[in-house]
Design a protein around this ligand. Structure first.
Ligand code: ATP
Length: 352
């Protein structure tokens, strides 16, 4: 009959299915009780996540190993490993998972831009943050995951469609930013009927079938509100961070709070709140008018225990441009400068 020490030696090389580490590394073999007379062994195993299909597989593996070595019956119990062990190994697992989505390229930071209500400027913020990050020297991509209301290609003045190389789709590059949008795959701007499960598939093909190359930042323009997509994003990109966009209007902020709560529930770090359409400044008098009210961004940030990253007034980009893009604010535009500051704050927060 096996000794305690022999059982440890047999089980130590077995891998934790979640942490991808051996039980020796995680200290996963917790307890061994041997009943010599009945050739019975019962063991308690600590793993990263319990009550899953992976646990069932692990169970079979361990029972198999012990029975092969002469044990007649095996009693097996699982428990979750202590939090500090999970925290130690989890980040590497998440990094691997995300790198595999990015075709092996490591270190991409994911930022989802979310809002509660539609029309508050979520897509405008996504595009301009991407531009500012790029101007600050970063390699940037955008996924326009707003499948019903895709507008990024139009906002950036993209006229061509992505090319296909072999099995992969090459994102369209505009002003140095790589873009993939549902809009590229729709004929004549016709509406699409999507159901929940299809959304997740769409999102995953925007990773797996697209050749993103090496990116520092990948921004996701999410559909307004909470729901399926937010959950999918969390599963696929566990390290994804969020920026929440609102107008100063109390209702917009109130609804945005729900989107923010969703982020907190799914453990997404909120980088901050962007208050868009914060005021209108008269060109003639310089006077500020708070057309949508005041304080919505501040209040939202308070509820979500985060900060206001910036307040953007109502104003259009300059129009006299060689290369026109309806929603991109130029470097020397007052709003362009605001976006620059917001992007710098985001870099500081994410790369600290
Ligand atoms: N600061 C601003 N000043 C002037 N116009 C703006 C500003 N921000 C956004 N807009 C305009 O408001 C409209 C809505 O913006 P946008 O499409 O970015 O919102 P959204 O929240 O992404 O909407 P949806 O959820 O419907 O996609 C657009 O026409 C955009 O050009």
């Amino acid at each position: 009959m096996l000794t305690n020490e022999e059982i440890i030696q047999l089980l130590n090389p077995v891998k934790d299915p979640f942490l991808h580490r051996t039980l020796e590394e995680t200290g996963g073999v917790k307890e061994i009780i041997i009943k010599e007379d009945k050739k019975h062994v019962s063991v308690k195993i600590g793993i990263g996540k319990t009550n899953t299909a992976e646990q069932m597989q692990l169970q079979q593996e361990i029972v198999g190993i012990l029975k092969k070595s002469g044990v007649t019956t095996v009693g097996l119990r699982f428990e979750e490993l202590p939090e500090e062990i999970i925290k130690k190994y989890q980040p590497a697992v998440e990094e691997e998972q995300e790198a595999s989505l990015m075709g092996g390229s490591k270190g991409t930071k994911f930022i989802a831009v979310a809002s509660g209500k539609g029309g508050v400027g979520k897509s405008t913020v996504t595009v301009n943050l991407a531009m500012s990050l790029m101007r600050l020297g970063k390699k940037v991509g955008i996924i326009d995951a707003d499948i019903y209301g895709f507008s990024i290609p139009d906002m950036m003045g993209v006229e061509n469609r992505p090319a296909v190389r072999g099995e992969k789709i090459i994102p369209v590059e505009r002003f140095g930013v790589k873009v993939i949008s549902m809009g590229f795959f729709v004929e004549d701007n016709s509406p699409i009927i999507w159901r929940g499960p299809m959304l997740g598939k769409m999102l995953s093909s925007f990773f797996k079938e697209v050749e993103w190359g090496d990116l520092d930042y990948l921004l996701l323009d999410l559909p307004p509100g909470t729901g399926d997509i937010a959950m999918d994003v969390h599963e696929m990109l566990p390290t994804c961070k969020e920026v929440i966009v609102t107008t100063p209007h109390p209702t917009a902020a109130f609804v945005a709070a729900r989107a923010g709560q969703m982020a907190l529930k799914t453990d997404h770090e909120i980088l901050g709140v962007v208050e868009n359409m914060a005021y209108f400044e008269s060109k003639k008098t310089g006077e500020k008018e708070y057309v949508f009210g005041q304080g919505g961004g501040e209040k939202l940030a308070e509820v979500l225990k985060t900060k206001v990253l910036g307040q953007l007034p109502l104003q259009q980009p300059y129009e006299e441009e060689d290369e026109f893009a309806p929603s991109i604010y130029q470097v020397d535009h007052p709003i362009g400068k605001e976006y620059h500051k917001i992007a710098a704050k985001i870099i500081a927060k994410v790369e600290e």
